[in-house]
Design a protein around this ligand. Structure first.
Ligand code: ARG
Length: 487
């Protein structure tokens, strides 16, 4: 009980220290972002590449490339200002957070300026306007003609978009289902989980072409039927905003959006061949990264886990408390939250500019180390006390006892559990897809967007994960068998 109280105290102190540190007022009055970008020589543009024809990935000679209207615009902004371009692909609802924490310099993601968003970021002049539409299943077109037909029905939208707003305000008592990515909403619609989806016209057209079971509900007209699209930039950076508006003016003067639309349409068409020749490379890249981050997670996790386990078994109370606090905190919070904390925390709190891949690995290593620490501690504790007593009474020191008597026996308890942890990590590593690490799950989502087929890529991902984990557990059985024999 007393221990619990102290643990709680440590937490409160840690959490309030962190809050204090993150307090944005502390580093207010920053310079114009333009200077930072210029100094870096690289422009980092955040977007959510689930949004053909604005931004999507497609396959060029077995390699994935970004294409779309927004990508062309991003290229032009970079070129006009002699900057290298880096595209940072993430979920639409993470973009505002990314720009506020300095993960990206701009958002060019078909984003509509709204009063709420204007509190967080500044918007350039608009470069396009788009229509707002409702799509439905063809089989339901008789019942769903007018906007009133959607009253009390389930309506799907992409999370934190204007379409969510429209569904809320214009459809009577709609039951809104917000999902993170457009393909997920399309899939809900196809499988009949929702009756309609509010979506922007051009995006809908791209999906309707590949999904013959869907159609526009032509009778549905929204009051907010047209929306404009602009580039979002960090607040109070007039120089940067000036540069953006220069480029947009040029785009308008030369009527470039028309060209951009054309090249986007071409990129959407170009993909021919079967599913695997087109998208196989995405999955191979995904497998490589999944294996890489899982191995790093387990190996480094074991190194740190062993240290934490030793702390937890230490003679000193303080060390034991610290180790417990660490373990309890990491086991008591979702990996998803930890991944976001590392991803945004490294920039917002520590001011570091670390890639998503590294952030994902750090999060996994930290998370694994807590679980592995417990595995190791339990493995050591499971060795009969008598062994220590016997070794010590034979005159061995504590260190010698550990090294030559306890650990060799403990390893037999630890290894199988470590193997299980490895299997778990392979599956759990899919969570780092949320910050844009291109492992299996993330690439499956990319393929969903590129192929306009929401289901097959998920199936392939499931099979791939299964092959990885199944092979691994077979290998483990084999070694466990060997360990038993050596008994
Ligand atoms: N225009 C809409 C909005 O700003 C949706 C944009 C979604 N963009 C995307 N890349 N998924 O709310």
């Amino acid at each position: 009980m007393k221990q619990l109280g102290k643990l709680f105290l440590i937490f409160t102190i840690l959490v309030s220290a962190a809050m204090f540190y993150i307090n944005p007022d502390a580093n207010a009055k920053q310079e114009d972002q333009w200077d930072k970008i210029k100094e870096r020589g690289e422009l980092r543009v955040g977007l959510s590449a689930d949004y053909a024809p604005y931004e999507f990935e497609h396959n060029v000679n077995g390699k994935s490339e970004y294409a779309g209207i927004d990508i062309e615009l991003a290229k032009k902004v970079a070129k006009d200002n002699n900057l290298k371009l880096k595209i940072v692909n993430m979920q639409f609802d993470s973009l505002l957070g990314a720009i506020k924490t300095g993960k990206v310099d701009l958002i060019i993601s078909g984003m509509t300026p709204t009063p709420e968003r204007k509190k967080e970021v500044d918007f350039s002049n608009s470069y396009m306007t788009v229509s707002q539409k409702m799509i439905i299943k063809k089989s339901e077109s008789d019942q769903l003609k007018h906007i009133d037909d959607f009253a009390n029905k389930k309506i799907g939208v992409q999370k934190q978009t204007q379409q969510e707003k429209i569904a809320q305000t214009e459809i009577n008592n709609a039951k809104i289902q917000s999902l993170t990515r457009v393909p997920e909403v399309i899939m809900s619609l196809k499988s009949g989980k929702i009756s309609g989806m509010v979506i922007e016209g051009p995006v809908a057209e791209a999906y309707l072409k590949q999904n013959k079971d869907l159609m526009f509900a032509d009778g549905v007209k929204f009051k907010e039927g047209e929306k404009s699209t602009a580039i979002a930039a960090p607040k109070d950076s007039p120089k940067l905003m000036g540069k953006l508006n220069n480029t947009i003016k040029d785009v308008k003067d030369k009527n470039l959006i028309k060209d951009y639309k054309e090249s986007a349409a071409n990129a959407m068409k170009k993909d021919d061949g079967n599913f695997f020749s087109k998208y196989g490379s995405f999955f191979i890249k995904g497998i490589q990264n999944t294996i890489l981050i899982s191995i790093v997670g387990v190996l480094l996790g074991t190194v740190f886990g062993a240290m934490i386990a030793l702390l937890k078994l230490s003679k000193f109370r303080v060390l034991r408390w610290l180790a417990s606090a660490y373990i309890e905190f990491l086991r008591g919070t979702p990996l998803l939250v930890q991944v976001f904390l590392v991803y945004f925390g490294t920039t917002a709190v520590l001011g570091l500019n670390i890639s998503a891949l590294i952030c994902g690995m750090i999060a996994l290593v930290i998370n694994c180390s807590a679980y592995i620490a417990e595995i190791i501690r339990a493995g050591i504790n499971a060795v009969d006390k008598g062994q220590t007593e016997a070794a010590r009474s034979l005159g061995l020191s504590y260190g010698q006892t550990m090294k030559s008597v306890i650990l060799p026996q403990a390893i037999k308890n630890i290894l199988p559990a470590l193997g299980n942890e490895f299997v778990t990590v392979i599956k759990e590593s899919s969570i780092v897809s949320v910050i844009g690490v291109s492992e299996i799950m993330f690439n499956a989502q990319v393929v969903q967007g590129a192929s306009f087929d929401p289901f097959t890529p998920l199936l392939v991902a499931a099979v791939l994960y299964f092959i990885l984990t199944f092979t691994l557990s077979r290998i483990m059985y084999f070694f466990e068998g060997r360990l038993k024999v050596s008994d």
